[in-house]
Design a protein around this ligand. Structure first.
Ligand SMILES: [Zn+2]
Length: 110
């Protein structure tokens, strides 16, 4: 799995494959799915998955969070080891004071 950090306070997220604007925050928050977007989670609500089409996040979370101490950094590390190169995880940081991270998992498929 590839991993890319983006620091983009504007908060727009485009699918790198088909160009769909998956996340729009201005003027209103809007989520548009495309077939490449697999899963979304945030550090604020880790464990709740906004989108998780094939249950990839859920599966890892359930398996590794048995003692309820799974950190999101560890979660990303497991995904890196587990998923093949057709997956890309984008992490975006919100500016301080929020400091929240949002994670978008894409699958490169035709
Ligand atoms: Zn797409």
């Amino acid at each position: 799995m590839w991993y890319v950090e983006i620091c983009e306070p504007g908060g727009q997220i485009f699918c790198p494959i088909c160009g769909t604007k998956n996340i729009q925050t201005d003027p209103d928050f809007k989520l548009t799915e495309c077939k490449h977007l697999e899963s979304i989670t945030t550090s604020l609500a880790f464990g709740e998955f906004e989108i998780d089409k094939n249950g990839i996040f859920e599966e890892v979370f359930t398996k590794y969070n048995v003692d309820h101490s799974l950190e999101i950094e560890e979660f990303v590390k497991i995904l890196k080891q587990k998923l093949g190169n057709e997956f890309v995880l984008f992490e975006t940081f919100a500016p301080a004071p929020s400091g929240a991270s949002t994670y978008f998992l894409y699958r490169f498929t035709c």
